[in-house]
Ligand binder design. Structure first.
Ligand SMILES: Nc1nc2c(ncn2[C@@H]2O[C@H](COP(=O)(O)OP(=O)(O)OP(=O)(O)O)[C@@H](O)[C@H]2O)c(=O)[nH]1
Ligand SMILES: [Mg+2]
Length: 479
């Protein structure tokens, strides 16, 4: 389960707390359920914590206590406590609001979720709250914010939008000392020589790749109008974000047509065959990206189901249903798919920052799928995402990708695990929080897509040859 608090905001909180420290996730409503008893069970007695709320305005706010939460029914006295805002309406905008009456820093009552200022400044919820689809409509109150904390000219609207509909609420334990993982990251070095030969990161490369993709089309001999690329991988790996990133590049601005984000279960539940429109020429690319439901330990894409997807039996907008997999009887089953309908290349989308902890069950699923693909000779690549989280230098500039030793390590590891040649692992960074396009991010994504299209071509060509050979054989047999 991914933690939503990004490195930048963690660093900001560390600065405010004022001593080396790092964060460990204790409680998360989208994972653990939104319930006061669960919150207390997980967070009481754990020392200092930060509580972070993510509301549907894309505003991030919360509070810090240096004292433990408890369920004693009394106020928590804490002169170090503060409330904060990290982001407002999608833009980074950090502000700290210090406590002014330490005796009322927090409210330690079993029936209350995290609650600051004696319950009146920021009372997040009481009892339990059910999710309403995409968000939790918290039943607390933030309208009296500023009672025991100093707002320095801000008000409840400018801190929280007065909005307690949150996509998530997380409580992190604040541990002393710097994060051992971060220290490892800071040590990851930039190599003098790139570890893979790659095009120059400049405008010329970006334009050339774009042109090549706009001009791309399967060989007319194949009779196929567009290459079908299947995106498959663990929940939250960045499948939908990849489509959104490609779409943004050809749109000329950031868009998010496919829903992406972090949820307990896969956000994508419908099979979608997306076309990409190049807004310069007004034409669609001759590549379709087929987005699938994310793999989870308890939810698998049934291996017969994957065969149906590969063979082109599954229609666009099919709703994945874990309790009843796709069969020949499912509505919309495409009976006689031809080469046009089939998958021509598979891209496994893998989160590069969590390779070491891919659950065994997920790996097994991916292996089983690979064997179905191998039976059909369908080429496979890996889109290795989130490498900005693996290497701070890549976060700063995606053009550092092939100089980063940490990225090289991740690429080697996943190539090994998947049994694919290293060159088939394509390191990228998706657009996630950016608001404008970036040339070097574009180049990595375009290059990955181009390489995929080339593989798809190889597959189609081979299929045409195979059909021709079969046809020739049939004719001979008839003579
Ligand atoms: N830092 C970073 N975050 C990313 C990257 N790619 C995706 N994300 C984030 O990861 C989260 C999950 O991304 P999605 O694109 O929804 O993942 P998905 O594979 O479609 O997930 P499901 O549809 O739920 O299976 C989102 O919050 C994205 O913003 C990346 O390259 N770097
Ligand atoms: Mg998705």
């Amino acid at each position: 389960m991914t933690e939503l608090l990004n490195e930048k905001y963690r660093d900001q909180l560390v600065t405010w707390i004022g001593k080396p420290c790092h964060f460990r996730l204790l409680y998360k409503i989208s994972r653990d359920g939104c319930s006061a008893p669960t919150f207390h069970q997980k967070c009481d007695g754990q020392g200092a914590t930060v509580t972070v709320l993510y509301n549907t305005n894309n505003t991030i706010y919360g509070g810090y206590l240096s004292q433990s939460w408890n369920s004693s029914g009394a106020y928590i006295n804490d002169s170090n406590a503060f409330l904060f805002r990290l982001q407002y309406n999608g833009s980074s905008n950090p502000l700290k609001f210090p406590i002014n009456q330490p005796t009322y820093a927090g409210y330690g009552v079993g029936g209350y979720g995290p609650s600051f200022g004696g319950g009146s400044d920021m009372n997040t919820f009481t009892g339990s709250v059910s999710s309403s689809g995409n968000y939790f409509p918290l039943n607390g109150n933030v309208s009296s914010i500023g009672s025991y904390y100093s707002l320095n000219g801000q008000n409840s609207n400018s801190i929280t939008n007065n909005n307690l509909q949150v996509t998530d609420l997380e409580v992190y334990q604040v541990k002393d000392g710097s994060d051992p993982n971060r220290t490892k990251m800071a040590e990851s070095s930039l190599l003098d020589k790139p570890w893979r030969k790659f095009s120059e990161f400049n405008a010329e490369t970006a334009n050339k790749l774009k042109e090549e993709l706009v001009d791309y089309g399967p060989d007319s001999e194949t009779g196929v109008t567009a290459a079908n690329v299947l995106l498959i991988g663990q929940i939250g790996a960045g499948k939908s974000s990849f489509f959104n990133s490609v779409n943004s590049i050809f749109r000329g601005k950031i868009t998010s047509k496919a829903r992406s984000g972090n949820f307990e279960h896969s956000l994508t539940t419908v099979y979608r065959k997306y076309s990409i429109k190049d807004h310069n020429s007004g034409q669609n690319l001759k590549i379709r990206l087929c987005d699938t439901r994310g793999l989870e330990e308890e939810f698998t894409i049934d291996s017969q189901e994957i065969s149906y997807i590969l063979d082109g039996n599954v229609p666009d907008r099919y709703q994945f249903n874990p309790s009843s997999p796709f069969t020949t009887e499912t509505f919309g089953f495409i009976r006689n798919p031809n080469l046009e309908d089939r998958i021509h290349c598979v891209a496994f989308v893998v989160d590069g920052s969590t390779i070491d902890v891919i659950p065994e069950k997920i790996l097994k699923q991916m292996k089983a799928m690979q064997s179905r693909m191998n039976q059909r000779n369908i080429p496979q690549v890996v889109y290795l995402t989130k490498l900005d989280k693996v290497c701070p230098m890549v976060e700063e500039d995606a053009g550092h990708m092939f100089h980063s030793s940490a990225v090289r390590e991740a690429v080697d590891k996943i190539a090994d695990v998947m049994g694919l040649p290293r060159g088939f692992v394509l390191p990228i960074k998706n657009y996630e929080s950016e608001t404008t396009l970036n040339q070097n991010i574009d180049i990595l994504i375009l290059k990955a897509l181009k390489q995929t299209a080339d593989f798809a071509d190889d597959y189609m060509e081979e299929q045409v040859e195979k059909l021709a050979a079969e046809y020739g054989r049939e004719r001979k047999e008839k003579e």
